[in-house]
Design a protein around this ligand. Sequence first.
Ligand code: 13P
Length: 251
Amino acid sequence: MGREYFIAGNWKMFKTSTESREFVQALAGQFTAAPGLTVAVFPPFTALEAVRGLDPKVHIGAQNLFYEENGAFTGEISPPMLRGLAEYVLVGHSERRQIFHESDEDVNRKLLAALRFGLKPVLCVGETLPEREAGRTLDKVHGQLEKGLAGVGDADWAHLTVAYEPIWAIGTGRNATPEQADEVHRHIRGLLESKVPGRRIPVLYGGSVKPENSLELLAQKSISGVLVGGASLNVESFSAIIQNGSKLLSA
Ligand code: 13P
C-alpha cells in the first residue's frame, strides 16, 4: 500500500470566523491536491460555518463535542449540530483532559457519539513528563486507547484516526525525537493491529511540530501524519509542513 499523509491543524482557541475564512482561502492557494494527501484544519466551533465548503482540499474538523444528542447541557455542542459543518472531530485532546477534567470514559462516550452521527473522530492520547520519566509511557497510552476505543463497531474502524501527543511536547517547543515518537507509534500500531488485523488506521504525531522538524517526523514509517498546534496558525508555516508531506509522497 502506498503512503498516505494526514496533515491536521488544531487551532485551539484562536481565530475569529473572519480570520478562519481568510486563512482557509489563503492556505488553499498554497498547495495542490495529491493522491494520499489529506489536509484538515480544526477551527473553533464559531468559525465552522464560515469555512464550510470553501475548498475541497481543506477538510474541516471540530475540536470537541458532547456525547448527548440534545438536552439541558448549557454551553455544549452535540454531534448532530456538527454534522454538515465538520467531517472530523478531536476527542480526548490533553487540554480537554487536563483543564476540563475529561475522563477516559467521557472520551469514549464522545468517540462513540461522533461515530454514531457520521463524524470521524481523532482520538488523542499521550503521557505527561513525570509518566515518561517513570517509564510509564506505553502503559499510559495503552490504557487510554483501550478505554477510549471500547465498543467501537466493526464498520467504524474505517472512520477512526489516532493522534499521539506527548503532553510534555505540546506548546513547549520540545518535540519528541523521531525515535521517541516511533517507539510509541509502533506500540499503538501493534495494539490496533491486534484489534483490527490488516486495517491501517492512521496514527498522527503531535507536539511542537514545525516546518523544521516535520520532514524527519513524517519520514518515520510508523507516522501517518501530524497534528499541528502553534505552527498551524500561520499560513506559511502550516503550508511548509504540508509541502514536506507532499515531498515525501512524491519521493
Ligand atoms: P503545538 O504544535 O503547539 O505543540 O500543539 C500540539 C497540539 O496540541 C495539537 O493538537
